[in-house]
Design a protein around this ligand. Structure first.
Ligand code: HEC
Length: 422
């Protein structure tokens, strides 16, 4: 009920003033949702700071926002968990405004309505405050003026001599901002099981333009063991000029010897090694199952497939099998964008011991997939981007049975209260 009211008020506001204009209606949306990438000196194809810059792209903007391809945010918000801490997507109302603007002739409007320019501070500061530990690539990566996108791995010793717990993580570009599409970091340790497919190690954190730090709640942390090496996986993108790039991982740590109450873990679910995707075929489906041995609170979801990946859904099969619940679906998976979807606190799934996480991955190995390098090949499992994978990274922490019951109860009371005030 509230949503409907809100929508109609918003629409009346637009109609009452007659036309939708750039300066009044569209510029504020672009500032908030697009300019973090679409401004000079980043990897995005064009700048959208001014009317003059945006106007030639009006049609393309209409198409990309209406299809929800821009801004990059590909999780389906109508199934499973619907609220996220890092949601950058446009509301239906914002999309309607942009579509109306373009359909009405993409007018500029009164220059006096133009909001002051947005300021960006990404390269010169750590959003989480000064890190206790900074791990940086020992050597700049040189990105040629022209060339295909590159995905490279660089392993760097973190220099830790004792086990510590992480309280906040941030990754940022320190050089060559405009060629760094994204970076994922993972931890590798000599005690890790050497099963041959743990090439990049345990996922730690991902960087993309505009992303701030991951700060864990007080009393929750992630273990980083002495001797850990950090694997940086970089997606680099040529921009017409040879550019040196470098990135750094910053960690804020709990004091030596401190053990947080909740030990946050990031783990991959799924990833079946028997992937077998026939040539020239769309909608190839694979299923994988992982059982939770202890109660858990789920914090985030990040599917990982390659160029043929199409969609990825995760559901919870509760113990006994009589209740099945969809948790998340990324229905327009895009390999170029490694996005972590962080569940809002009040919707983080609370799962009892014995829950089976069921991950389904879909692939398009036909020629209609424009990212498909060769539809005539049968594709199997592998780390190379021309092979496929079918897993998802999840972050969670375990609960005792007592904590689980208590948190389920708290959630129920909150929901009951919210229902009363509707
Ligand atoms: C996180 C960075 C990022 C954000 C935020 C973002 N874009 Fe993009 N955009 C890109 C990149 C990079 C591309 C190039 C294609 C790709 O990599 O997907 C692109 C491509 C596009 C294109 C197609 C350009 C072409 O060459 O045809 C349009 C139009 C567009 N974006 C509009 C928008 C609008 C409008 C918004 C905000 C509502 C937005 N983008 C938000 C990074 C971003």
């Amino acid at each position: 009920m509230r949503t409907v009211l809100f929508l109609s008020i918003g629409l009346t506001a637009v109609c009452a003033s007659g036309q939708v204009t750039f300066t009044k209606d569209v510029a504020p949306i672009l500032q908030e949702r697009c300019q973090v990438c679409h401004r000079p000196d980043t990897f995005a194809p064009m700048s959208l700071l001014t009317y003059e810059e945006a106007r030639p792209w009006a049609k393309s903007i209409r198409q990309k926002v209406a299809a929800r391809e821009m801004p990059p945010w590909y999780i389906d918000k109508n199934v499973g968990v619907r609220h996220f801490k890092n949601d950058v997507s446009l509301s239906d109302q914002e999309i309607a405004t942009i579509v109306k603007w373009v359909d009405g002739g993409a007018l500029k409007g009164d220059p006096k309505d133009m909001p002051p320019p947005r300021r960006f501070d990404d390269t010169d500061q750590w959003h989480m405050g000064q890190p206790d530990l900074i791990v940086q690539l020992p050597k700049d990566q040189i990105v040629p003026a022209k060339g295909a996108d590159q995905w490279i791995d660089v392993l760097v010793d973190a220099g830790l001599t004792d086990d510590r717990y992480i309280r906040a993580i941030e990754v940022k570009t320190v050089k060559g901002f405009k060629v760094v599409h994204h970076v994922t970091t993972s931890m590798k340790h000599e005690d890790d099981p050497d099963d041959g497919d743990n090439v990049q190690g345990t996922f730690l954190n991902e960087y993309a333009l505009g992303k701030n730090a991951d700060v864990f709640p007080e009393g929750a942390g992630r273990l980083i063991k002495a001797g850990t090496k950090i694997n940086f996986n970089l997606h680099l993108h040529s921009v017409g000029q040879e550019t040196a790039a470098n990135v750094a991982l910053g960690l804020k740590l709990y004091p030596a010897g401190y053990k947080p109450h909740y030990d946050e873990t990031t783990e991959k679910v799924g990833d079946p090694k028997d992937l077998d995707i026939p040539a020239n075929t769309d909608n190839v489906r694979f299923d994988a199952y992982n059982t939770l041995t202890r109660p858990a609170r789920l914090l985030s979801f990040q599917p990982h497939m390659h160029n043929r990946g199409k969609a990825s859904c995760m559901e919870a099969i509760y113990p006994g099998g009589h209740k099945v619940e969809t948790l998340s679906c990324v229905s327009h998976y895009q390999f170029a964008w490694h996005l972590v979807y962080l569940y809002a606190d009040d919707e983080q799934p609370l799962l009892p011991a014995g829950t089976v996480l069921h991950l389904t991955s879909w692939y398009d190995n036909s020629s209609t997939n424009k990212f498909n390098p060769d539809p005539d090949n049968t594709i199997t499992y592998g780390q190379r981007t021309i092979d496929e994978m079918g897993g998802a990274w999840i972050s969670y922490y375990n609960l005792t049975d007592e904590e689980y019951k208590q948190q389920v109860q708290e959630r129920k009371s909150k929901q009951a209260l919210a229902a009363q005030t509707e």
